[in-house]
Design a protein around this ligand. Sequence first.
Ligand code: FAD
Length: 303
Amino acid sequence: MSDDSPEVLIVGAGPAGLTAATYLARFRRRVLVADGGAPRACWIPVSHNMPGFPEGITGDAILKRMTDQATEYGAVIESGRVEGLTRDGDGFVARLNGRELRVRAVLLATGVVDHHPDLPGVERAIERSLVRICPICDGYEAIDKAVAVIGDDDRGVREAAFLRTYSDRVTLIYIGSPQALTGQDEMARLGIELIRAPIDNVRLEGDRVTALSWGGTFRAFDLVYSALGTSANAELARALDARTGEDGRLFVDPHQATSVKGLYAAGDVVRGLNQIAVASAEAAVAATAIHNALREADGWTIS
Ligand SMILES: Cc1cc2nc3c(=O)[nH]c(=O)nc-3n(C[C@H](O)[C@H](O)[C@H](O)COP(=O)(O)OP(=O)(O)OC[C@H]3O[C@@H](n4cnc5c(N)ncnc54)[C@H](O)[C@@H]3O)c2cc1C
């Protein structure tokens, strides 16, 4: 490998990938970050739980700051999807933008894809915080609001229960199969209303209010949480036979190493909490583990 070829490939330039890039660049590793576009973080209208930003910060601003920090120390960020990853001796060969790239270690920070409800204008509604994805992130901003949760399995029931911390007007709009709905007694105990409505009866209207109608009845809510889940972007790891959990996310050890030697993972692709602080923490652990593994391989450690 030439001196300017990357040693470590990070796949994904969201909060996890960019945090790891900063750490690895500051460990004086040559690091390339490849990004296929649209990190989940760019959907955040304003985050109020990002540590250190009491006044809130937009997703785009978080990504810009993290990008500036990583590139400040020499990390290279390249647009493009990593199309394939194969084993090559102790390292890996990645396919990126029509070329093959040989690297010593890989960090997957590839995130997840949200399953959005099939509502017209849903993306615009997310930008306006009318449709929300993550009550851990912004449940606080739902205090005392009329809140609906769209769900098609147990996740919707659990999310509705979670939101009772914030509002006593929580309704689950259940669009899944009748057999998959459990916990109705518990919902009644918590004062959660249940509506079984097909998705085509759910509409977004007006500037602030999300309205629904079904069976001739009309109801309006201040905002809607989608609890329809996500799919992990774990194909590159699966092709290497990395171990995954039932939900498709990557299994990692306490150092963020997957079951494939030299392949690490951090962020939403690993853990269901789906938080920037968690993604960054995992990335810091992974970056340090990668650096130490490379030091050891090069004889730069003392046992
Ligand atoms: C509407 C919304 C609001 C949110 N609000 C908050 C909040 O207030 N606070 C909070 O902590 N969290 C919030 N989150 C969650 C937060 O955005 C995620 O937890 C965070 O972005 C996860 O970071 P990540 O780096 O793991 O993944 P991501 O940010 O999703 O980045 C992954 C990147 O990997 C890229 N990628 C995937 N596969 C490939 C490939 N093969 N080749 C190249 N690139 C690839 C993707 O294109 C993407 O750019 C919110 C999320 C949403 C959707």
